[in-house]
Every structure is written in C-alpha cells, then in structure tokens.
Design a protein around this ligand. Structure first.
Ligand code: CA
Length: 236
C-alpha cells in the first residue's frame, strides 16, 4: 500500500500563539511508509508551544513503536520543564500514526487530539479522548451535547510531560485503498461536527486541498483555538 499526505496548522482567529505542532510539515506523494503526528500544548509562559514542539520532535527522532516514541517524548518534556522553571507544569497531547506497506496504521495516543478513519463516506473516530467530559459521557453521566458547553470540556485526564510515567493508548487500524486517516487537534473538532468534517472529506480533492478546506471551515466557524490537521490517503 502507498500513502500520500498533507498537514496544516493554523493559529485560528482568536489566539496570539499557535501551541499546536504537526509532523511532517511537507507533503508526501505516494510513499510506502509514513509517520505523522499532532500535538496540542498547554501551559503558561510559552510552555504550550515548547511542550508540543519538544514532544513531537522527540517522538519523531526516538524510533521504536508509537508507544515508545511517546514515552520518550514524555521524558523530554519533563526535562525541558526542569531546565526552564518558568515552564513548569507544561504538557501536551500527542497522537502518532505510523503507516507501513502492509496496509496498517499503528497509533499511539495521549490526550484529546483525535484520529478518524474515513471510509466509503463514513467518518469514525478511532481514538478515545482522555478528557473529563469523555469519561463522564462514557460513564453515562453526561450527554455529548452537554459536553460541548461544559466548563471543564478542555480538562484532560492524561497528558504528555506531567509525570514520569504516562499511559499510552495503542491501537491498529487496517486500511483499504481509498481510506483517509485524519489526525487533528481539538481546534478542529470543537468548531466542526463530525458530520461537517465528513462532508468536507467527502467533497474530494487531494490532501493539500482537503486540509486547507478543513482549516478554512474551522476558522469560518469561529477559529477560537489553534487548528491542526494531518490527512493521509491510502492507495493500492
Ligand atoms: Ca487546543
């Protein structure tokens, strides 16, 4: 199987800084392997930008499977915070997807950045949000509608860079030709419903065009947060 991809990150319409990071920054044109990632940092004094950048750079350079990469990223963010006390408490989400010629995507994931698979017109989220509201929904104590406006909707239950140990979700998604895998920060998914994202993916175009459409739509819907998308298309 081969893959082409594009990524895009945008500050949005309300924020001064972009605390998201994305890898790679260039496009891929029908390669046999791919490694993509999205990180959404948090913390004062530029901590968010540092955390997401350090985490993603470390994860890409570390080697190993996605969980090993994320554990290395976790320690690197902790180290960076130790060296710069003003950044203490910074952290980040991190989601990675590794694509190989066998037609599988291997994921590692911490936080509330998301992965979706789009197949034959259907969009399905394949990651689980590590957030307060997601846990309340899973426990039947909150509806998805309530979560959208809940004051704790951006509170994470897991993040990279906060503790020596980090629990990493890992999962594998089998791919078919024509499948799209979307990684994104919550700046996309808080602005657009899954149905709206699905409609944009359904409208066709190459990944470069599609990531631009996604970012434009999130900005048109308010752009209240940084918006980051990475889109990978699989072919025979
Ligand atoms: Ca965010």
């Amino acid at each position: 199987m081969r893959f082409r991809w594009a990524t895009r990150t945008d500050v949005g319409r309300l924020r001064d800084h972009n605390e998201d990071a994305v890898w790679p920054t260039g496009i891929g044109d029908w390669e046999e392997v791919a490694l993509v990632g999205v990180a959404d940092g948090m913390g004062g004094h530029a901590g968010g930008e540092v955390a997401s950048a350090v985490a993603l750079e470390t994860a890409i350079a570390a080697g190993g499977d996605p969980a090993m990469r994320i554990r290395a990223a976790n320690l690197a963010v902790l180290d960076a915070a130790r060296e710069r006390p003003r950044l203490a408490g910074m952290g980040t989400t991190l989601i990675l997807a590794e694509f190989g010629p066998g037609g599988e995507a291997h994921f590692g994931h911490v936080g509330d950045s998301r992965a979706y698979r789009f197949r034959a017109g259907d969009l399905s989220q394949v990651s689980t949000d590590h957030s307060y509201v997601a846990e309340m929904i899973a426990a039947g104590k909150m509806t998805a509608d309530e979560a959208e406006t809940h004051p704790y909707r951006s509170v994470l239950t897991r993040a990279v860079g906060l503790d020596k140990e980090v629990e990493v979700d890992t999962f594998t998604v089998d791919l078919e030709p024509g499948d799209l895998i979307l990684l994104c920060s919550d700046g996309l998914t808080t602005m657009l419903s899954d149905a709206e994202v699905g409609a944009i993916l359904h409208s066709g175009g190459d990944p470069v065009e599609t990531v631009a459409k996604l970012v434009d739509a999130a900005n048109s819907a308010g752009g209240v947060d940084n918006i980051t998308v990475a889109l990978v298309e699989a072919a025979e």
